[in-house]
Design a protein around this ligand. Structure first.
Ligand SMILES: [Zn+2]
Length: 506
């Protein structure tokens, strides 16, 4: 990420000093690929290297490594993802994930915790998400290059300007994902150029494809703080203006704080957990909205690239955070399998946890079609799980989650097309109608006895507030003297937030 205020100062400094070459401690693309080959040779039963796709211009393979015991079987496990170098010049992430991969593999069978992680989880690493940009940096063409090499002006030449920014070509892959892409930067020259279309870049497509297949429960995209603005931050989704919170905010924030605290920062304390406020087509928000992954952006260290002699200690510090996320992935949450109760076959179904449900902002959470499995992290508490599958009778189950995952094997009864069931109608917050013209009925069904309902305009100005004394009920809202448009309705209880969009058309 970029610090606006510091960029111009930094550019002046660059003009007066020649570029230092990249420290050889950092892997080139070829060296990173060879490092994965070495791991596969040394630990053949524990990891598999896979091509996930190719880069947009030079068609370099984007390599991933899957690390888990008994790699050919037991694919039905919670899965986690760690990636580096989606931003080309922020190369420390490549080192962190390669270092972690080797450490986990060497400790398997020696360290009981690591053995349990690899027996119970699949761990994916993608050392270089952006191979073309990474090569621009390691070849010494432009040590401050961030984007891929997309030929924006279609002149057949790679147009770039050494130093910070001003590169005519290239797309910022971390602004190219199809969630809030429309709010991104449309200037070619910008370091944050969003690309010609949502999900247009082949690097983006490669990441989306592996995410859809593996359905990661949590993920980290490692970045560099680069210009000091985001030094040692752990960024999680989200608190947009409104305010609009991510529907799983309570769980995500809880994990973010625990994760950040374990990564040693320069001052000897932990990293700084921060909610994201931007809406710009990044990989993490897409993963969360589309697949339910609890995603983190980690802004490593206080500079663009730690000196070579510091790289190992930075990697050691981040390995502690990685191990926390592996431990947490086996902690409180739901491990659901849905199957046909007469044949035992897995059933692809929609899973709603009604306390966190918001279909305005998120795609439906589903079980996969191979195993009928859905893995999801949640903070301990009481939840209502609604299950729905085409041609099957729906089911609603109350669960209490403590310090371990709750395993639910749910047999669904086939009812055929004629008797197809509708979705459970007990979502915590419903509007009738929406959009509305003069009056909207707000129905609520909440797991706490007291809550406050507020309605804000998009500038964050509150136009309505109402205490909700009962656990369910309904009220009528009739706006006076406000204009047509989108409004945000929030319900705040003791422990978490719900938010949902309302559209008022006069
Ligand atoms: Zn970055």
């Amino acid at each position: 990420m970029r610090g606006i205020l510091l960029i111009s100062l930094f550019s002046i400094l660059l003009v007066s000093s020649p570029f230092a070459s990249i420290d050889p401690r950092y892997h080139t693309y070829e060296e990173a690929s060879a490092a994965l080959d070495s791991l596969v040779d040394e630990f053949p039963g524990l990891c598999v290297k896979e091509s996930l796709g190719v880069s947009e211009v030079d068609r370099r393979v984007i390599w991933g490594l899957k690390i888990t015991s008994r790699t050919a079987e037991n694919e039905d496990k919670p899965t986690v993802l760690f990636t580096g170098s989606i931003h080309a010049e922020e190369m420390i992430g490549t080192e962190i994930v390669l270092f972690a991969a080797r450490s986990l593999l060497e400790d398997y069978g020696e360290d009981p915790a690591v053995t349990r992680y690899l027996d119970s989880l699949k761990v994916w690493i993608i050392p270089i998400v952006n191979p073309d940009g990474h090569k621009v940096v390691t070849d010494g063409l432009d040590e401050y290059f961030r984007k891929n090499k997309h030929d924006n002006n279609e002149n057949g030449i790679f147009d770039f300007t050494p130093g910070d920014g001003g590169d005519t070509d290239g797309v910022d892959i971390n602004r190219n994902f199809p969630y809030n892409w429309e709010f991104g930067n449309s200037d070619w020259d910008a370091t944050t150029y969003r690309g010609p279309g949502a999900g247009s870049e082949s690097e983006t497509k490669a990441i989306m494809s592996i995410c859809r297949r593996e359905r990661f429960v949590t993920s980290v995209f490692y970045h560099s703080s680069a210009y000091g603005t985001y030094n040692e931050w752990v960024i999680y989704p989200w608190r947009w203006s409104g305010p609009v919170y991510s529907p799983d905010y309570e769980t995500i924030q809880d994990i973010a704080y625990e994760f950040a605290e374990r990564i040693v920062a320069h001052d000897g304390g932990g990293y700084n957990p921060r909610y994201s406020t931007s809406r710009t087509g990044n990989a993490s928000d897409w993963q969360y909205s589309e697949l339910g992954t609890v995603p983190f952006i980690v802004e490593v260290d206080t500079c663009l690239r730690p000196e070579g002699w510091r790289v190992n200690s930075v990697c050691e510090n981040h390995l502690v955070g990685i191990k926390y996320l592996l431990e947490r992935s086996l902690g409180p949450g739901l491990w659901i399998h849905t199957y046909n109760d007469s044949t035992g076959e897995p059933v692809h179904s929609v899973i709603r946890v009604l306390e966190t449900y918001d279909e305005e902002l998120l795609s439906p959470r589903t079980t996969d079609s191979t195993f009928g499995a859905h893995y999801r992290l949640l903070v301990p508490g009481d939840y209502t799980v609604a299950v729905y599958a085409r041609h099957f009778a729906g089911d609603t189950i109350s669960v209490h989650i403590g310090e371990f995952p709750v395993k639910l094997d749910i047999g669904l009864h086939y009812v055929g097309i004629e008797e197809e069931q509708s979705l459970p109608k007990t979502a915590p917050l419903e509007f009738f109608p929406n959009p509305f013209n003069s009056r909207v009925k707000i129905a609520y069904s909440l797991p706490w006895s007291e809550a406050t309902l507020k309605i804000f305009n998009l500038y964050g100005v509150k136009i309505y507030e109402q205490k909700l004394p009962f656990s369910s009920g309904e009220l009528s809202f009739e706006p006076q003297g406000v204009s047509s448009g989108v409004y945000i309705c929030t319900v705040e209880g003791n422990s978490f937030f719900l938010s949902k969009r309302l559209l008022y058309i006069k």
